[in-house]
Design a protein around this ligand. Structure first.
Ligand code: FMN
Ligand code: SF4
Ligand code: SF4
Length: 254
């Protein structure tokens, strides 16, 4: 059983890859939170994975909410792992997850991380598709190694991208303060297709006379709406405008 959360496809790709190799199913944490579905029955020997992106060196709010409520029937010695996809560094997100899961009686036996394209276009420019492909090709190598370790139920904290992780104590409150939807802007290029609202994992967007309106004050800040818009009409603050759009696709070697 692999629980995943993904705004722009990196973590979904990682989850799908692991699922294929381990013959286990993927379950969307966002859908579970929407349906308030937290109870799961385990099969004997089944592995349990949590795959998610890093936001502000912390867990996405959806992942935190899901982990706080999850209930695993017949949880025993089931090998449990996490895989964080990030652009630069993860901070202490895996330790945050371990702490939350331990309160649900679940151990986190192994943690992994992989660098993929950074979709935080407030800071990063994702227009160079060749550069993006190179990053994701390198990620594929890391993912192969992670899959090998998961297949062998290897324990240990293998996350090498934590950086100065105690700083997560500061960055986590910063994330909670920043994830306000009031910073989203829609340009007149909007064609009213509704894709942004449909794919929002927190149901934070509604269409009002064909234009998106953020109906919740806070969201998970996955940037999925911004990156999936077919005409690049969504911005967050003033910095994303010229930094391009990104969604995961299989990178091709030259
Ligand atoms: C709001 C926000 C904050 C982010 N913060 C971090 C961060 O602190 N460290 C990092 O390495 N990447 C950060 N990222 C980049 C994502 O973690 C990375 O691109 C991830 O692979 C996206 O996964 P997804 O495609 O499954 O959504 C951030 C992205 C967003 C949207
Ligand atoms: S995805 Fe873009 S074009 Fe479609 S409704 Fe949303 S903002 Fe408008
Ligand atoms: S409003 Fe946009 S950034 Fe916020 S959760 Fe929904 S899709 Fe993600």
């Amino acid at each position: 059983m692999i629980f995943y959360f993904s705004g722009t496809g990196n973590s979904k790709h990682a989850a799908d890859l692991i699922a294929k190799a381990t013959n286990e199913k993927v379950i969307s944490m966002a859908d579970c939170v929407k349906r308030m579905q937290y109870d799961f029955k385990l099969k004997k020997g089944e592995r349990i994975g949590f795959v998610y992106p890093i936001y502000y060196w912390s867990l996405p709010s959806v992942v935190e909410e899901f982990a706080k409520n999850i209930s695993l029937e017949k949880y025993g010695k089931h090998y449990t792992y996490s895989v964080a996809t990030c652009g630069v560094a993860t901070g202490g997100a895996d330790m945050q997850l371990a702490k939350i899961l331990s309160k649900r009686g679940i151990g986190l036996h192994a943690t992994f991380s992989v660098r993929m394209v950074d979709n935080y276009t407030v800071v990063f420019n994702v227009k160079n598709t060749q550069k993006n492909d190179a990053v994701n090709l390198r990620a594929e190598e890391s993912l192969k190694n992670i899959v090998f370790l998961i297949n062998n139920k290897t324990g240990g904290y293998h996350n090498k991208l934590r950086g100065v992780w105690p700083a997560s104590k500061i960055t986590k409150p910063a994330y909670d303060l920043t994830r306000k939807t009031s910073a989203f802007r829609v340009s007149e290029d909007c064609i009213g297709c509704g894709i942004c609202a449909k794919q929002c994992p927190t149901s934070a967007i509604s269409l009002d006379y064909g234009k998106p309106v953020w109906v919740n004050k806070k969201c998970s800040l996955c940037f999925g709406c911004l990156h999936h818009c077919p005409v690049n009409a969504i911005n967050y603050g003033h910095m994303t405008k010229n930094h391009g759009q990104y969604t995961y696709h299989e990178a091709k070697e030259d």
